[in-house]
Design a protein around this ligand. Structure first.
Ligand code: BG6
Length: 279
């Protein structure tokens, strides 16, 4: 039945007061709970058919952020079946770690003819979730890619959510012909359709969920860009796997390397990471 099919595809890691869940389709983080509070948003209408990208959590965007002439929007990683390389395991310091991998296959090479290995290491720490991304070029030719962790945060009221670390930053506004603007706000709030790629952001943002009374600190390394996205009312209605009013309950703050593609030569490895900390 459906439940046992799902169980096989979902990896659960737990420690005393927290847990995370990862769906092997896309190595999509579905849940991060700390003291019973769910930090990530997953749509009630998300489709779990092992084919369609899961609407919510933290989808893994690779090797292309955004529209892609060679294949699906945001690349194939989020719709590929990943391998559980290392089951959740308690480390000597009490942290719990699991490792997921994605290698090239006939289907990835049909779209993108390169050899690679992506290693995604997720570590559950005390009130922290750490994500390490390694992309290795295992082939004979150089390739370029973009990569991003498409984090959907669960918030009771998006209009009462404040994101810092963006003041003075140049952003591309995808809702305004990809024109470039300068952010002048100390604290960024969202009250309309928002789709912006902030470029060369500082390594730290705080996502203050005023209504939910919590703050999540995002620290990133080698992810120079930060995308802020909320589909708002009209686009929400148009998405089949997203509830009409759910836009009020989520905000995407996405760390990635998307403005300038990463170039990787034979045998080279790209490393980047993000840590989310609840305070
Ligand atoms: C964001 C993009 O990262 O993802 C948006 O900036 C896009 O343009 C959004 O609409 C959701 O994409 P998708 O493919 O999951 O519907």
């Amino acid at each position: 039945d459906m439940d046992s099919v799902e169980e096989k595809n979902v990896v659960l890691a737990e420690r005393e007061d927290s847990l995370f869940k990862v769906h092997l389709l896309g190595a999509t983080l579905l849940s991060w709970k700390v003291d019973d509070a769910e930090i990530l948003f997953v749509s009630d209408k998300a489709v779990f058919d092992n084919k369609k990208a899961i609407r919510g959590g933290i989808p893994f965007v690779f090797p292309q952020f955004g529209p892609w002439s060679a294949g699906p929007q945001h690349g194939f990683a989020r719709t590929s079946h990943w391998k559980l390389e290392k089951e959740p395991e308690k480390l000597p310091n009490g942290d719990v770690q699991a490792v997921f991998t994605l290698c090239d296959s006939d289907s990835t090479r049909a779209l993108w003819d390169y050899r690679f290995k992506v290693t995604y290491t997720i570590t559950l720490m005390d009130k922290k979730l750490n994500m390490e991304v390694d992309v290795k070029n295992t082939g004979e030719s150089e390739f370029s890619f973009t990569v991003l962790l498409h984090t959907y945060f669960n918030v009771p009221d998006v209009t009462k959510c404040e994101v810092t670390g963006l003041k003075g930053i140049t952003y591309v506004d995808k809702t305004r012909n990809e024109e470039t603007f300068l952010e002048d706000r100390e604290v960024v709030t969202v009250a309309q359709l928002t789709d912006r790629v902030y470029q060369n952001t500082p390594s730290e943002h705080s996502i203050r969920v005023v209504a939910g009374n919590r703050t999540i600190t995002m620290r990133k390394h080698n992810f120079p860009d930060t995308v802020i996205w909320n589909p708002w009312k009209e686009k929400a209605k148009a998405m089949s796997d997203f509830g009409d009013d759910e836009y009020l309950n989520m905000i995407c703050v996405e760390a990635g390397s998307v403005s300038n593609p990463v170039k990787l030569g034979t045998n080279q490895t790209f490393h980047a990471s993000q840590v989310l900390e609840l305070t």
